[in-house]
Design a protein. Structure first.
Length: 512
């Protein structure tokens, strides 16, 4: 810990927790739980972790037309007649983008190729990607699963399963030991509305040439703080970067996308807006770019994240070269992740590591939340935190409590965690459009005395809330780095790298 934070926990867990996901995500992604017994130990002799993944996807770093071409052909030959292999290029880096001078060479090695395994009429059973990933790796191909990513705060302090009786009595999440023994009751307040009279930090600041911070999350909802200096619809070659939700499915609009029958607020509704407010509090001059990749239940497909990161990388390169009317990125903030079946495979040769390294090499600082399971097991992408000489380090951020800098009881920790920021009982912005089905538990009508009521726990029309989790440590440090950067830098990679490294060092007390 290199920013003064300390912990009184006697021992952190060192095994990967089993992170459950709601039924909505399991169905959406055709989710599978990896059987560790069917996966070999890694180079360090560690057994596989029971990670969650999209059942029919294989991810290969590099473009299928160039660097990944032979890998795709080899996997197609391996699968043979068991399934039809459909090649998907999720990023928007089409021919029009690649024709820009020098861009194709930089993108071909990092733009991911996704292979979808489609059952055939001869064998209609669902195809499990995991065995084919193993066979590809045995053949020397850096293939990977498309992991199901959860918000770095999933089921922690977010009020999920609290107060609305959600799925009570059906044994949901029973028997998995999730969060057992880590003192979650001490984690702090769940998501709740608050009254806050603080002015818009950016009201008196010119953000037209300030640092640019990209948030990959649920999006940014309506709030007076984001009436300017906020790009909610970034595009590359006319195509959207990240997901686009229909109005009824937008977790930042009404916040009710999962339980429409009862009208209850999604567990992670407003998450992206909350992150945006934290960045603004730490760096009022920041311009925000929102690339939605996460659903209201707090889950994301790694394929969607890879596509958005690759598109943002191309967007950044085009902006540096003056090919688009936009400013280059300075910081990317990520508040989601997964526990890898094989950490070594993520660090060496994964598509995720490739695109994050490319962003760092281009002078973009990446900040990622460390996760909320009170474990020392790396939570990726934060687990990629490292930086050699001349490299822009990826920063993994854990959570501290208010006041004295004690590490929050739920925060992941370990040598791979770069820094800590206050992230428990944080106040930030929430969409002013939120007012779901929950009602005050006590309410009177006006009479001789004025009407009164208890707090309506899903009415955020006042625009502010309180929340806890390492999700909120990441944008805090991202905002600090952005503030240290000040005005945007030039187009040269080396200049941007040196500038970002200096800003990071100043935020970490001189330790990169």
């Amino acid at each position: 810990m290199n920013d003064g934070a300390r912990t009184d926990m006697s021992a952190a867990q060192s095994v990967s927790p089993v992170v459950p996901i709601p039924a909505s995500a399991a169905a959406r992604f055709s989710a599978r739980l990896l059987d560790p017994d069917q996966w070999p130990v890694d180079d360090g002799g560690r057994p596989a972790a029971p990670t969650l993944y999209v059942g029919d996807r294989i991810v290969v770093p590099g473009s299928s037309e160039h660097s990944a071409g032979s890998a795709v052909k080899t996997i197609q030959d391996m699968v043979g007649e068991r399934a039809r292999v459909v090649v998907v290029s999720p990023a928007r880096t089409g021919d029009r983008i690649l024709r820009q001078p020098g861009l194709a060479e930089r993108l071909q090695g990092v733009a991911p190729t996704v292979l979808r395994l489609v059952p055939t009429s001869a064998d209609p059973r669902p195809v499990d990607a995991a065995p084919w990933v193993l066979r590809a790796r045995d053949a020397g191909i850096p293939a990977g699963l498309s992991h199901i990513m959860t918000v770095a705060g999933y089921l922690q302090g977010v009020g999920y399963l609290q107060g609305v009786g959600y799925l009570q009595g059906v044994g949901y999440l029973q028997g998995v030991g999730y969060l057992q023994g880590v003192g979650t009751e001490a984690a702090g307040a769940s998501r709740a509305p608050v009254s806050w009279a603080a002015p818009d930090p950016a009201a008196s600041v010119d953000s037209t040439d300030g640092p640019v911070v990209a948030l990959l999350d649920t999006g940014i909802g309506e709030h007076p703080w984001f009436a300017r200096g906020t790009e909610r619809d970034p595009r590359l070659g006319g195509e959207p970067i990240g997901l686009r939700f229909a109005a009824a499915d937008d977790p930042e609009r009404t916040g009710v996308t999962l339980d429409r029958v009862n009208g209850t607020l999604d567990p992670l509704a407003g998450h992206g807006t909350f992150l945006a407010g934290i960045v603004r509090q730490h760096c009022p001059a920041a311009s925000l770019i929102s690339a939605p990749v996460m659903y209201g239940d707090g889950t994301a497909d790694e394929t969607d994240l890879l596509a958005a990161l690759t598109d943002l990388y191309a967007y950044h390169l085009l902006a540096c070269g003056g090919h688009v009317d936009a400013r280059p990125l300075d910081v990317v903030s990520l508040s989601m992740g997964y526990y890898a079946e094989s950490p070594d495979a993520v660090v060496h040769g994964s598509a995720l590591a490739a695109i994050l390294k490319a962003l760092g090499d281009a002078g973009v600082s990446v900040v990622a939340a460390a996760g909320n399971d009170a474990t020392t097991t790396p939570f990726f992408p934060a687990g990629l935190a490292a930086g050699g000489a001349g490299a822009v380090p990826l920063l993994a951020v854990g959570a501290t409590d208010p006041g004295e800098a004690l590490v929050s009881v739920y925060s992941n920790t370990g040598a791979w965690v770069t820094a800590y920021r206050a992230a428990t009982n944080v106040v930030s912005t929430m969409p002013t459009t939120f007012n779901a089905a929950s009602r005050a538990t006590l309410s009177t009508t006006a009479g001789e005395l004025p009407a009164r009521a208890t707090v309506d726990l899903d009415d955020y029309s006042a625009g502010f809330g309180i929340w806890s989790g390492t999700s909120f440590a990441a944008p805090a440090l991202a905002g600090d780095v952005a503030a240290a950067l000040g005005r945007g830098g030039g187009p040269d990679d080396d200049e941007r790298r040196h500038r970002v490294i200096a800003a990071v060092q100043s935020c970490l007390g001189g330790v990169s």
